[in-house]
Design a protein around this ligand. Structure first.
Ligand SMILES: Cc1ncc(COP(=O)(O)O)c(C=O)c1O
Length: 428
């Protein structure tokens, strides 16, 4: 789908002044369309999401064999009710129930980016194995961990540009299968995330500029390499579909908890947004399943609202937060992205209900509140959803909220080193 935004509401002057001043804002998306017509015009369909789900299931035996922490090989997290006192604080007095989709504790990597990154490594491995004639009918994919499969993968490299968590997801999965892995990162990416990658046996390449520059340089370096695959965080359909399959997990969990999602019972989902892949894929999958009843709310730091400025300015060309006078400096390293993915903005831009921007101080405050009130270990990026709910519901139609369910997607943190986590708590 390539949504064309109306001319009178696009262009740089459509970026609100509060955004340019780095003030928190609730930006209700004036370009939101009806789910059925946006999906009908999309290049992707429910069959693509089901195909991704089927690939995940083919790999269950392999993931169960490689990673003890998975349940039957599934990389999924629980859906947890938020304790009542915290839910009241999050909602700021508005009605509704609050749940947490606990990807901060996702098996294998403790981060939502595994849903895309692990999926893309598996997709590449399956394609290589198929081309090498290794996929016999009835084969258990547990075989990918040994023998001829490993020999094949050891002759190939997987590269990725990352703020940290995508690189870790690609690194864990790639190295477990025997691939060489290169992670291209900005100089100011967290040192412990680089160290963790080196310990896995990945090569870390550092760049003086921001994350976007690292991605662009890596893309160039790997353009013509037949023995390598570049995981393109800004432009990958495989990442997108890997994330989209998460919607099926959430649908199952909502049903098991007896939570209705329909016109009378809207589902608000708060999704931290960096380049947009993870929240974009989840948004697409949930819209395929729930139509207009799902209201995706993207959450970005006040210094890095790349999806907001992209959607506000229009989809003709990439627009960065620097052009809006912002500096892209935030403690939420996973969200420190200056330019959103155009693939994602064009595919799901018209499905997003709102973008909410939040100051860093709120991330630390909620990180602490979730630790003391619910024992959840979050990184600053992953606490952003909680910081967005109050402002968002404060401006919503009361009728809409009476029977609403709010799901805050906590996207990373369980694997934070103790010193990092304690420093974040001390910051609150
Ligand atoms: C913890 C965390 N949350 C959210 C995101 C956002 O994902 P995306 O960049 O795909 O929008 C990231 C990205 O790395 C992340 O690390």
């Amino acid at each position: 789908m390539t949504a064309t935004l109306p001319r009178e509401t696009s262009g740089d002057d459509a970026i609100p002044a509060a955004v340019r001043r780095a003030e928190p804002i609730v930006w209700r998306n004036p370009h939101r369309g009806c789910a059925a017509s946006v999906l009908a015009a999309s290049a992707f369909s429910k069959a693509d999401m089901r195909g991704a789900e089927a690939r995940w299931r083919r790999f269950d035996p392999l993931l169960a064999k490689l990673f003890a922490g998975t349940q039957d090989g599934r990389i999924d997290s629980p859906l947890l009710p938020l304790p009542a006192d915290l839910a009241r604080r999050v909602l700021g007095g508005a009605p509704g129930s609050v749940w947490v989709k606990a990807d901060h504790d996702l098996p294998v990597t403790g981060c939502i980016k595994a849903r895309g990154g692990v999926y893309e490594v598996l997709t590449y491995a399956e394609a290589l194995a198929g081309a090498a004639g290794l996929l016999r009918p009835g084969l258990s994919y547990a075989a990918f961990a040994s023998g001829a499969f490993r020999d094949l993968f050891a002759r190939h490299t997987i590269a990725v540009g990352s703020t940290g968590n995508l690189g870790f997801s690609v690194g864990v999965m790639g190295r477990a299968l025997g691939f060489a892995v290169e992670v291209h990162m900005s100089h100011d990416a967290k040192a412990w995330k680089k160290q963790r990658l080196r310990e896995l046996g990945a090569r870390v390449v550092e760049y003086p500029g921001d994350y976007g520059r690292a991605v662009a340089a890596a893309r160039d370096a790997f353009r013509d390499r037949a023995d390598a695959h570049f995981v393109d965080d800004e432009d990958s359909v495989d990442l997108f579909l890997g994330y989209a399959a998460a919607a099926l997990d959430l649908q199952r969990q909502l049903a098991a908890a007896g939570i209705a999602v329909d016109a009378a019972h809207p589902l608000y989902v708060y999704l931290p947004c960096g380049v947009g892949g993870a929240p974009g894929g989840v948004t697409f999958g949930l819209t395929l399943l729930f139509g207009d009843a799902v209201r995706p709310v993207f959450v970005e730091p006040v210094a890095s609202p790349c999806m907001l400025v992209q959607l506000a300015a229009g989809l003709d060309r990439s627009v960065s937060v620097y052009e809006a006078g912002l500096d892209n400096r935030t403690a939420a390293d996973g969200l420190a992205v200056a330019s959103a993915s155009l693939l994602i903005a064009r595919t799901v831009g018209a499905l997003i209900d709102a973008v909410v921007t939040v100051p860093d101080a709120d991330l630390f405050a909620w990180l602490k509140a979730l630790w003391t009130g619910a024992g959840m270990r979050l990184e600053p990026s992953a606490a952003s959803g909680f910081a967005a709910v109050g402002g968002f519901v404060g401006g919503a139609e009361p009728a809409d909220l009476a029977a609403a369910t709010h799901v805050v997607w906590t996207t990373g943190g369980a694997h934070l080193p103790d010193a990092e986590f304690e420093a974040a708590l001390a910051h609150a």
